[in-house]
Design a protein around this ligand. Sequence first.
Ligand code: FE2
Ligand code: FE2
Length: 406
Amino acid sequence: MYAFLWLVASALLFAHLRASTSAVPAIITDCAKGEPVTRNEVYARPLKHSSWSVPPKAETAFNWTYDEGRERLLALYQKGKDKQWDAAKRIDWDLEVDPGDALGMPEGMDPITETPQWRRMSAAERAELSRHNASWTFSQFLHGEQAAMICAARIVEVAPDLDSKYYSATQVMDEARHVEIYSKFLYDKIEMMYPIKDSLQSLLHDVLSDARWDMPYLGMQVLIEGMALAAFGLLRDATTKPLPKQILTYVMQDEARHVAFGRMALRDYYRQLSEAEIRDREEFVVEGCYLMRDRIRGTEVLTNFGFSRAEAEEFENSSELYQAFQQLLFSRIVPCVKDIGLWGVRLQQAYVDMGVFEMGDSNLDLLMKQDEQLAEQLDAQRFAAEECARISEVDATIAAGAGTAD
Ligand SMILES: [Fe+2]
Ligand SMILES: [Fe+2]
């Protein structure tokens, strides 16, 4: 299934160029491979600001009833503690990455290979375009992970229940690990980063500046992380390169817990809300989904290569392949939204309009279970040889000890 999805996804990124009438793209950035990359030169486009702050409006909530807790949430908290890991040790950072072919996708799969623009591009230019695309995608992952870390911390602060605070505290550490991983991958392996997309930042602003305590869950855990998770899954299943495969597989193992938490906490809370309060949240979901579908796109990669924004946007809007890709990004969001009880007529109509309504019937539990199993299988493959060597060593030591006793 995901292999097919990736065929669509990978084709789409380059499909912008197929419809363009521009000359051969002009490459504007090329960090020298092997030289240290500093923070100032790593960005392919200038940062408007090096930092950003959002004033909090939600109230900080203390809870003095330490003996209470929902069994399932506490079990998830225990799992969050048990499954902590060290990115510096579990990931093999010695693996080489070619920045011009970071994910190892076959070149012939890209529609641009059929275009005059592509034929005029040198091998170096094609590799540079591939590098920009990988950089843009993983940079948005990185900025999203920092947002997830901050939202998890916000949930610790504003959630009224202690079991939610416990669990979210483990998630803060998970998300810090993900920030560490994606920033290391971009700095050390791709050697290029892109700023956060304006539309993603705008959605984050709405989520973080809302006074209602459940909005960080809904906006971050369900919408933004849901979209990211779908993209992680596409890349994890399609890449032929071991380092991005490890990164995405292990990050997704953590994310399976985060989605489970958002579903449990919100399902319980939304059962208590009035009809008007539910409709209000559904309206937020509708607006957020349209924004993510229409505005979180890598248009700036193409403008970096000399194509106009209008050319890129025009193709996005008229490309069936691109629209299909945008739909795939909702494969984790729609069933989650339905599961937590936001499934009113207005929301259903919006999903019919977006062509993603049927995704509401996907089995989210099965998808999450598969995410966890894939990480365990990868560990088993990678560490089987080490384990064999360790057992042999133990057997040899025991045998030597037995010989001494005789
Ligand atoms: Fe994350
Ligand atoms: Fe997460």
